[in-house]
Write a protein that binds this ligand. Structure first.
Ligand code: XMP
Length: 513
């Protein structure tokens, strides 16, 4: 195993992710917890010092235990981690003086090439990502320089004798394109075989959940989305019937979705599942409402009330399980208290655990979306389920601009099912981040057979995206669009016109409300 000492960088989890990609098992521990006793107990084969926001020149700033340098394992220091190493091993670090570097930089190699840099500098220089205010002004005894950038004369340093490596930039981020190779070289040097798998992760998490929960009960809000489903299946594997899932059916789900979720979890997985059919309540409260934010607020509030009502029937529950992923954790940290305006009040159950006096179980907190999918596959969830497009908490309500009626929802469900069927048939589903139909609050005139029609218009939406933050419309062929529009208009009673939404995000959003 490999120990990552976390000095508070925003991107420490990315180091862990890179290592998991190399099939190396690692654990991240905050520097405060890493004493020498801890290190001896864990007995890591290698250690990585993460970056961090502090300055080693400040008294009381984070350090590694001094004896770790005598423990005899390879150490890699990143950014603040480099500075800690230099400082603790007898070099010098200085603040500011115009040598701060943020963003892209180019590193050139020294004459001598070391194993850590195998596969590096195939071109003249390597692009790296810097983010530091302080800089090393004198390297520690035993170290040599193996790469420099204009503002970082000690961009890559190493003490080959002791297997210590220290770099000023962040090899874990996307903007250091060859960064993964550096980690690969480091773990190889440290003697890792790269034989750790998602299966092992599953076992570890099961153990961890058992330890955390003991013989207490857990409730879990199951939405039918990938994250909550994987979390539920994993927790169920760990504690079986100590887990009860609550599936809130707000009447705003897609065609056949509620049955699918209930069948899968109740019948296939044998989970205790409360199917809270609250359609009447939600649709009743939404009746006559057309303002997007009002609709979202109503749904968010009712969701919490309903969830709580059903959760209260489970006696002795002490934990609430959530499918929080790592990107959700970073977003909520970096945006909290920030001056950003509310574009859309996202629907979530924030505040619920405090309100109900529950502790949280969040087994996916360290993972990224594609890793959750891999874990889901490992747990035997069907691929058709794992690869599903994201679906928003407020469901079809935000795909039905203006007032929501049962009639419109039924029409929308039919059209959406045909659209998705078309996309699957043409083998396009996995190339698209999200696709759906929105039913528009206008009726238009048409002619079918020999008669006049006066029915709803709908808009098809399909976007590509990496994270939902930005998006572009999907370039369907004209044939595909024509064929799909024909099918929808012919097969769905109530729609007589079909448009394709070609707005990118920004300036548009993915959903219509
Ligand atoms: P927008 O429409 O803001 O959507 O571009 C970005 C992504 O977020 C999803 N979305 C939501 N997901 N609760 C959710 O869980 C919400 O309230 C919500 N609103 C939008 C949207 O489907 C897209 O994937």
């Amino acid at each position: 195993r490999l120990l990552i000492i976390d000095f508070g960088s925003q991107v420490t989890q990315l180091i862990a992710r890179r290592l998991r990609e190399l099939n190396v098992y690692c654990e991240i521990h905050p520097y405060q917890n890493v004493t020498m006793d801890f290190v001896r107990e864990m007995d890591p084969k290698a250690v990585i010092f993460s970056g961090g926001p502090d300055s080693v020149t400040r008294e009381g700033s984070p350090r590694a235990p001094q004896e770790i340098f005598d423990y005899g394992v390879p150490i890699l220091g990143i950014c603040y981690g480099q500075q800690v190493m230099m400082h603790q091993l007898g070099g010098k670090v200085e603040s500011g003086h115009g040598t701060a570097e943020f963003g892209r930089a180019y590193v050139t190699p020294s004459e001598e090439r070391i194993d850590l840099l195998t596969g590096w500098f195939l071109e003249q220089t390597e692009q790296v990502w810097m983010s530091h205010g302080d800089h090393v002004s004198e390297i520690a005894p035993g170290f040599q320089v193996y790469g420099t950038s204009p503002n970082a004369p000690f961009a890559i340093t190493a003490d080959l004798e002791r297997n210590f490596y220290a770099v000023q930039f962040h090899p874990e981020v996307h903007h250091t394109p060859n960064g993964a190779t550096l980690y690969e070289n480091f773990v190889r040097l440290a003697g890792f075989k790269g034989d750790w798998t998602m299966g092992a992760y599953r076992e570890q998490m099961v153990e961890k959940i058992r330890e955390e929960v003991g013989d207490k009960k857990v409730i879990c809000g199951l939405s039918g989305g990938v994250d909550s489903s994987v979390a539920a299946v994993l927790i169920h594997e760990a504690i079986g019937d100590q887990l009860t899932c609550v599936f809130v059916d707000h009447g705003l789900l897609r065609k056949g979705e509620a049955e699918e979720v209930v069948t899968m979890f109740r019948d296939n997985y044998n989970m205790q599942l409360i199917h809270a059919d609250e359609q009447e309540l939600f649709l009743g409260e939404l009746d006559g409402q057309s303002d997007p934010e009002t609709k979202r607020k109503i749904i968010g509030k009712l969701f919490i009330d309903v969830f709580q009502k059903h959760a209260d029937t489970i006696e002795g529950a002490e934990f609430l399980a959530q499918g929080t992923l790592y990107p959700d954790v970073i977003e909520s940290v970096s945006f909290s208290g920030g001056p950003s305006v509310t574009i859309k009040s996202h629907h979530n159950v924030g505040g619920l655990p405090e309100k109900m006096g529950l502790k949280l179980v969040e087994p996916l907190r360290e993972l990224f979306k594609d890793e959750v999918r891999a874990l889901g596959r490992e747990l035997g969830l069907p691929q058709s389920f794992i690869g599903r497009h994201p679906f928003p908490g407020p469901g079809l309500a935000i795909r039905c601009p203006g007032e929501i009626t049962r009639e419109k929802l039924d029409i929308l469900r039919e059209a959406d099912a045909i659209y998705i069927d078309q996309i699957r048939k043409h083998g396009l589903y996995d190339d698209i981040w999200q696709a759906f139909v929105a039913i528009l609050p206008v009726r238009t005139v048409g002619v079918m057979g020999d008669g006049r029609t006066y029915d709803y218009a709908c808009a098809l939406r399909a976007v590509t995206s990496v994270d939902g933050m930005t998006a572009d419309y999907y370039p369907f062929s004209h044939e595909f669009l024509g064929e799909t529009a024909t099918r929808i208009i012919n097969e769905v009673k109530g729609i007589n016109r079909c448009t394709y939404d070609i707005t990118s995000k920004p300036p548009g959003t993915i959903e219509w409300e």
